[in-house]
Design a protein around this ligand. Structure first.
Ligand SMILES: [Zn+2]
Length: 212
């Protein structure tokens, strides 16, 4: 991919095709050899910025069947956003030229579960874990206010909120989406079967399947 910028649509199709190979048990492990390693050493041109939960069960290159130089990965517990995250995502889009930004959430997310428990019981966490919980709290409150009780609905709400927050806080990203040079999508990953469902889409005309 080095040197040739993918279109927004091709980037999304490429990512989802890799996830289908992974779930089907027919991965191709592209771009993982010595030739690729050498080819991209001078410069990277990842086709997607992947901003996901740090959870050890959703390793980005594995679940999307990609290799070196394909994904610019930013991960935090519960995919919570701060200035460093915004700067990293903007770097991927405006400096490296990635046409796609993905927010990757998942079922049984510990950060969302801990926040639901904290909201329900009025408890709080110690140290900087508290910061993570505070940043997930608006999503949990919104899901509760909408009458949701299922884990899937809380996860979808948090993914949509994260995409909204990205678009709201990053002028660089909002402008790129407006100009049609980038799209932002939210994906919900299922731990048990490995599927990534499109929850929300900004800057592309493709159908999403949201439970939010
Ligand atoms: Zn998680």
């Amino acid at each position: 991919m080095t040197g040739d910028r993918m279109t927004v649509r091709t980037a999304l199709d490429t990512l989802l095709a890799g996830n289908r190979r992974f779930t089907a048990g027919t991965p191709e492990h592209p771009n993982q050899d010595a030739a690729r390693r050498t080819a991209i050493a001078p410069a990277q041109s990842p086709f997607a910025v992947l901003f996901g939960c740090s959870d050890s069960r959703l390793a980005a290159e594995i679940i999307f069947d990609r290799g070196l130089g394909d994904l610019f990965v930013v991960r935090t517990a519960g995919h919570v956003l701060g200035a460093e995250v915004l700067g990293s995502i903007e770097y991927g889009v405006s400096v490296l030229g990635s046409p796609l930004v993905v927010v990757l959430g998942h079922d049984s997310c510990g950060a969302v579960a801990a926040t639901r428990a904290a909201v329900q019981d009025g408890t709080t966490a110690t140290g900087y874990v508290r910061d993570v919980i505070e940043r997930v709290t608006p999503s949990v409150l919104a899901a509760r206010a909408a009458g949701h009780t299922e884990d899937t609905d809380f996860i979808d709400t948090h993914i949509v909120h994260t995409v909204d927050l990205l678009m709201e806080r990053s002028r660089v990203l909002a402008d790129a989406v407006e100009a049609g040079t980038a799209a932002v999508v939210g994906l919900s990953y299922r731990l048990a079967d490995g599927t990534a469902r499109l929850v929300t889409v900004r800057g592309l005309d493709v159908p999403a399947d949201s439970h939010a």
